[in-house]
Design a protein around this ligand. Structure first.
Ligand SMILES: Nc1nc2c(ncn2[C@@H]2O[C@H](COP(=O)(O)OP(=O)(O)OP(=O)(O)O)[C@@H](O)[C@H]2O)c(=O)[nH]1
Length: 381
């Protein structure tokens, strides 16, 4: 059996805020910093200038750190992220900065979030003090479609998100917003999609996306995995059936026939047949196993998958029923790296099937199922 770790409230949750260039990360952060509900948050940014802190600034702790009257701490990144986090934690211990309960890290717009997630998982000091709560990705409702088409980084940022924040919905057409929502749903069915403009409670909705639910003070695997969101999806690589019914109606029953083609958002047929569109490459699916799994077999399969296709396995999350344990085991990986598995106290419901969610690039469900069968001699199901 694996060496399982406990997820506890003692490790501070970190949210990684990502999103393409100009998609509204900084605008969102300045809202978070001002919001009294977000007091006791430490925000790590690239530069102070970006967030426009002038009116909020209460005290400057040093050249890297400022304290806000709302209770937030804001610091710029030092030599690297691990260094910055270690330093922040030490200063918290020494009471040099106010106590904070969570951290938000803003990435640069072109960043692939995976290396940041790897730092959180692999740096021993960081991993001992902090845990990943979730990935929050801003998507621009005006330019997001074009960015998803043209920029694979943008697609990866949206695909690995736990929360998707639609920005600029105030200046996009309702049809464009609607269509973007559909596309995001196809790409990442389990992520909660929130509208930056209309959602008063936005800062609150962005956090507590992780396995640990601070409200119940317990591990809440159903809320974290949201495996049921994949039930109607998983048509990864199914080029002709994603996004829309071909009668011009989407699933909400809205007619897109008259939407604004100048914005390039609604050229349905073109999207369906564009060979450069990356959506066919990136997608999400959930494998369900009725029979309990043998831990070593599963590890062998995941290691082989990581070895063969590591960079293309963007995220893996799962709850497992293994023959070696009466309690469920939770796994979580980003590319070739896995968090230490976590053992839950009990099954959240009577459903004791193992479920593993994959978000991949150019690795179809069929490829993963075939690999599982060849590694274990058993079929998925
Ligand atoms: N109308 C409107 N404008 C927005 C919204 N969100 C952001 N913007 C504007 O979009 C521009 C880019 O926003 P930023 O918050 O700087 O975006 P960013 O993702 O931090 O940009 P980079 O750091 O360059 O990657 C700014 O001019 C913002 O004022 C929104 O919801 N509505």
């Amino acid at each position: 059996m694996p060496a399982v770790t406990a997820v506890s409230a003692a490790r501070l949750p970190i949210s990684v805020l990502t999103g393409f260039l100009g998609s509204g990360k900084t605008t969102l952060l300045s809202r978070i910093i001002r919001d009294p509900r977000m007091a006791r948050t430490a925000v790590i940014i690239n530069e102070f200038g970006e967030v426009g802190l002038d009116h909020l600034l209460v005290a400057k702790a040093d050249e890297n750190t400022v304290l806000m009257d709302s209770g937030c701490i804001c610091c710029t990144i030092r030599s690297d992220l691990a260094d910055t986090l270690r330093d922040l934690y030490l200063r918290r211990l020494r009471d040099e900065v106010p106590e904070f309960d969570r951290v938000v890290i803003e990435t640069t717009g072109l960043a692939d979030p995976a290396p940041i997630l790897h730092t959180l998982m692999t740096d021993p000091l960081v991993a001992a003090r902090f845990r990943l709560d979730g990935v929050v990705t801003t998507v621009d409702a005006v330019h997001g479609m074009g960015q998803l088409d043209a920029q694979e980084e943008s697609l990866k940022q949206a695909a690995v998100a736990d929360r998707l924040v639609l920005t600029k919905t105030d200046i996009a057409t309702p049809e464009a917003v609607d269509y973007l929502k559909h596309r995001l749903k196809e790409l990442n069915p389990a992520a909660l999609v929130v509208d930056a403009q209309t959602e008063e409670a936005l800062p609150v909705l962005l956090f507590d996306a992780g396995l640990y639910n601070p409200e119940t003070k317990s591990l809440d695997v159903q809320r974290w995995l949201r495996a049921e969101a994949y039930d109607d999806h998983g048509h990864h690589h199914d080029h002709h059936h994603h996004d829309h019914d071909h009668d011009g109606h989407d699933h909400d029953g809205h007619d897109h026939a008259d939407c604004d083609h100048d914005h390039g958002h609604c050229e349905h047929e073109d999207h369906d047949h564009d060979p450069n569109r990356h959506d066919e490459a990136i997608g999400a699916f959930c494998l369900t196993f009725t029979q309990p799994l043998v831990w070593d077999e599963l590890v062998g399969f995941l290691e082989t998958l990581a070895r063969l296709r590591g960079p293309d396995v963007l995220r893996v999350k799962g709850v497992l029923n293994v023959v070696e344990s009466d309690q469920p085991i939770v796994i979580h990986g980003v590319q070739h790296l896995f968090h230490p598995p976590v053992q839950l106290d009990a099954w959240p419901s009577d459903d004791r099937r193992s479920r593993i969610v994959f978000i991949t690039r150019n690795v179809s469900r069929q490829v993963v199922e075939t690999l599982y069968a060849s590694c274990t001699g058993k079929s998925v199901g």
